[in-house]
Ligand binder design. Structure first.
Ligand code: BTN
Length: 329
């Protein structure tokens, strides 16, 4: 298993290239900034090349990045990442059973808030309600973020809604598509599911230890790459947009949006997030069917409460507060 944790030197090197914006940086400058020898610089450059970065080396001018690979390694994501803490530590693996499982272990071992686990492929990706999440190699974003929010455990579902808003914003920015959010946490484009979010909580009754936010985003799959049984209900950004999208750039945008919304949330509470969420939720005001553990309810979706609970008004004008359900539009 390829495991790459980020050394400080490597991070500084990527920051340098990121600031240079495609221009040359001299070997001298690199070795000064990194505080290492010219030979060590060369070794770092060789490592980047092995990962698929194309680097041009010109005498007297130095090095410049010509092309970044469409991979979601720590290097790819950290080159140009604008966050303060989210994604500053990245645990990348080519293949995992589930990024949730690794994030859970890291959280248990004390990983810091903002730690990201990401993989090119999951062999046992998990969805909500014990479903499977199809996570083929190299086409999607399969990642889990560790948070340690100072909020009471019952408020944790709000983070799922917050995540949905952040991903919707990032899709809008990078793919130029305005997606729909389906309560609580599916993101749809043209009625088909493109993103799933799975939030897992580790807490005592009164204190959160960690929240693991799992995000699955179908990015570059073509229709025939989806298993037949989900072809009519699933889609990818590339299918909807008609062109491929650089996954690492989308990850950067998601992390940035997430970090901003999270800071806003901790400072001002859920209300501003709720308004943004409702802006993307096209089902509000429409008739929907909610399948809960206690039965099926049909009604008009009125919106969500400040707690993130769905309000559904049935034919008798009775309002149901739905905490967990499968929704049909
Ligand atoms: C859903 O059922 O809609 C939620 C799907 C969540 C999938 C993501 S992919 C990354 C992370 N690892 C998993 O095993 N699941 C989540």
């Amino acid at each position: 298993m390829a495991h790459s944790s980020q050394s400080d030197t490597r991070r500084k090197l990527l920051e340098l290239f990121s600031e240079a914006n495609g221009d040359f940086i001299s070997g001298q400058k690199i070795s000064e900034v990194l505080g290492c020898s010219r030979t060590a610089v060369w070794k770092h450059i060789e490592e980047l090349r092995k990962e698929g970065f194309e680097l041009e080396a010109v005498r007297r001018l130095g090095y410049r990045i010509v092309k970044t690979p469409d991979k979601v390694t720590a290097n790819e994501i950290q080159l140009g990442l604008k966050t303060e803490t989210f994604g500053r530590y990245i645990h990348f693996e080519e293949e995992v059973t589930s990024t949730q499982k690794i994030a859970l272990r890291l959280a248990y071992e004390g990983a810091k808030e903002g730690t990201l686990v990401i993989a090119e492929q999951q062999t046992a990706g998990r969805g909500r309600m014990d479903r499977k999440w199809f996570s083929p190699k190299g086409t999607g974003i399969w990642m889990s973020l560790i948070l340690r929010p100072p909020i009471p455990p019952q408020k944790a579902p709000q983070l799922t809604l917050l995540t949905a808003v952040a991903i919707a914003q990032a899709i809008q920015e990078k793919a130029n598509i305005v997606p729909d959010i389906k309560w609580p946490n599916d993101i749809l484009i043209n009625g088909k599911k493109c993103v799933g979010i799975l939030t897992e909580l580790q807490a005592d009754p009164d204190r959160i230890h960690s929240v693991i936010i799992g995000m699955g985003i179908n990015v570059n799959q073509t229709l025939d790459q989806f298993p037949e049984e989900i072809r009519t209900i699933a889609t990818s950004l590339a299918i909807e947009k008609g062109e491929r999208i650089q996954r690492a750039q989308l990850v950067q945008e998601i992390l940035l949006r997430l970090e901003r919304l999270y800071q806003q949330y901790l400072q001002y509470g859920f209300r501003p997030i709720k308004l943004l969420w409702e802006g993307y939720a096209t089902s509000i005001g429409k008739e929907i069917t909610a399948r809960t553990l206690n039965g099926t309810i049909k009604g008009i979706a009125l919106g969500i409460t400040d707690e993130g609970v769905l309000m559904l008004e049935d034919e008798e004008k009775h309002i149901h507060y739905i905490h967990s359900a499968d929704i049909q539009l």
